[in-house]
Design a protein around this ligand. Structure first.
Ligand code: G4P
Ligand code: NA
Ligand code: NA
Length: 194
C-alpha cells in the first residue's frame, strides 16, 4: 500500500514549490475510491485492536478517506465544519484554526450532539503540515470528553512541524506517506519499515 501511494504521488502529483504538493487526481479534487479503500484498510491494519467508535475529519478533503474508513469500522463519520464567523451557539464545540498556507484563521465546529465521553475517536485528514487543523480537531473533540485514539494522515510533510507538535501532546500519528523534502521539484520520502 505504501509503495502504491508513493508511486501514485510521484506519477500524478506536481511539486508546486518546496512546500506544496498538488495531488488533485486522487485526493483533493478527483477522488479514487478503490485507492481510498486500500488506504483505509492500511489504517485499520495498523490500528489493530484499538477501539474506535467514531471517525472525525475536517471538511472538505478529509471526508472521502474518512467515510470509507468509517464504513470499514461500521461507525459514523463526522466532518467538522469550517465557519467564517461564529455566532453565539450553545449547541456546538468550536476551536480557532490558523492556516499558515492561507494566512487566515477560521473557526471549526462540531455539534455537541454527535460526541460523548464514551467515544473513542479516530481523526483522519488528507495533509499534515503545521498541525493546526489536527490540533483544532483534537480541541473540539476533547471538549466533549471523548478520547482520541489516533490521528490518521494520508500525506505528512515531515519537514513541517505538525507531526512533532502532535507527538509532543502524546497523540498517536499514523501517516501513510511521509515527505522528507520537496526540494528540486522532487518528492523525497522518509523510508519506514511497516
Ligand atoms: P495545517 O492544518 O497542518 O497547519 O496546514 P495548513 O494550514 O497549512 O493547511 C491548509 C490547507 O492546505 C488544508 O486544506 C491542507 O490540507 C492543505 N495543505 C497543506 N499542505 C498541502 C500540500 O502540500 N498540498 C495540498 N494539496 N494541500 C495542502 P483545506 O484548506 O482544509 O482544504 P480542503 O480540505 O477543503 O481541501
Ligand atoms: Na485538509
Ligand atoms: Na486540503
Amino acid at each position: 500500500m505504501m509503495e502504491q501511494l508513493k508511486a501514485k504521488m510521484r506519477a500524478e502529483g506536481s511539486v508546486i514549490d518546496t512546500h506544496v504538493l498538488k495531488v488533485d487526481t486522487f485526493l483533493n479534487h478527483q477522488v479514487d475510491p478503490i485507492f481510498m479503500l486500500s488506504m483505509a484498510e492500511e489504517w485499520k491494519r495498523r490500528l489493530g485492536d484499538e477501539k474506535i467508535t467514531k471517525i472525525v475529519t475536517l471538511e472538505s478533503s478529509g471526508i472521502a478517506p474518512a467515510l470509507i474508513l468509517a464504513q470499514l469500522y461500521g461507525v459514523e463519520m463526522i466532518f467538522a465544519r469550517k465557519k467564517k464567523s461564529i455566532t453565539m451557539d450553545d449547541s456546538i464545540y468550536t476551536a480557532d484554526v490558523y492556516s499558515y498556507t492561507k494566512k487566515l484563521s477560521h473557526t471549526i465546529t462540531i455539534s455537541k450532539s454527535f460526541l460523548t465521553e464514551q467515544d473513542h475517536v479516530l481523526i483522519i485528514d488528507d495533509f499534515l503540515a503545521n498541525g493546526e487543523a489536527a490540533l483544532g480537531l483534537c480541541d473540539v473533540i476533547e471538549q466533549s470528553g471523548a478520547t482520541i485514539a489516533a490521528i490518521g494522515i494520508v500525506i505528512e510533510k515531515s519537514f513541517q512541524p505538525g507531526r512533532q507538535k502532535l507527538l509532543e501532546k502524546n497523540y498517536r500519528v499514523e501517516s501513510l506517506a511521509r515527505i522528507a523534502s520537496l526540494n528540486n521539484g522532487e518528492i523525497t520520502f522518509i523510508e519506514e519499515k511497516t
